[in-house]
Design a protein around this ligand. Structure first.
Ligand code: PLP
Length: 238
């Protein structure tokens, strides 16, 4: 069932797995490609409230030369332990740092990350260690069209602590606002009143001035056919 507008979405997940009778370490001789679809609500249990992120210094989801840029199950196994620990402490998700310098932010366990400072929006460049999300790309396109300067570059964790606003993107989360970041025992809350936090991703509510909300509204508007799709992103299924 496809949920009615505003009441969740139909999540479509393609899956490719190696199948066939092999025990040894080698590429599979046969692959099974399947697609399943399920109605979903909000990705985070926080619903539309802001996320509380924990910057993890000890675990890395991937390394240079690895397969971090690929949508592969191998990139989820390393995040489970730090994610579980963070959730036990009440955090929504984990921000991972680069494994070489341990000072550049990469992404969250299943979404990309952006920060806003004035009229400039920055996001870590994809150098093989970050998944090149389609939502990341859509948000970059929308932001540029709305007149923001978007930089894809190395972003230090310290910049995150000095940003006006931080948000994450992904197919499942669309655009999720970040309410706080905890790094090295220091918790930084982004100054938003509670009411604003709740308004953040409810696109029907009035504008509360957040850049992430503006971008979210535009993306959802295009997806739902309320805003003209000049990008040719929307595909009609007959
Ligand atoms: C799926 C995923 C994203 C978001 O990608 P989208 O194409 O926007 O859904 C970001 N980071 C990781 C690690 C992911 O698995």
């Amino acid at each position: 069932m496809i949920p009615p507008p505003g009441k969740g979405s139909l999540y479509i997940r393609p899956l490719l797995i190696g199948t066939g009778p092999i025990l040894g370490l080698s590429p599979a001789h046969e692959y099974t490609f399947l697609v399943y679809a399920s109605p979903v609500g909000n990705y985070f249990k926080e619903g539309t409230a802001s996320l509380n992120l924990y910057v993890n210094n000890d675990f890395h989801r991937t390394t240079r030369g690895g397969a971090g840029g690929v949508k592969s199950i191998t990139n989820y196994a390393p995040v489970l332990k730090p994610l579980l620990r963070a959730k036990e402490q009440g955090f929504s998700d984990v921000v991972f740092l680069d494994s070489v310098h341990k000072k550049y932010i990469e992404e969250v366990s299943s979404c990309n990350i952006f920060l806003v400072k004035g009229d400039v929006i920055s996001t870590p460049s994809t150098v093989g260690t970050i998944l090149e999300g389609i939502t990341r790309k859509s948000i970059i396109d929308i932001a540029r069209d709305l007149g923001y300067m978007v930089e894809e570059r190395l972003v230090t964790v310290d910049e995150l602590m000095e940003a006006d606003e931080v948000f994450t993107t992904g197919t499942a989360v669309t655009v999720a606002n970040v309410g706080s970041i905890t790094y090295n025992g220091q918790r930084l809350s982004y100054v938003l009143s509670n009411i604003n936090q709740r308004m953040v991703v409810e696109y029907k509510t009035s504008d509360c001035g957040l850049v992430s909300q503006k971008l979210f509204k535009r993306l959802i508007g295009i997806q739902s056919g309320k805003i003209e799709d000049k990008y040719n992103w929307v595909v009609a299924i007959h």
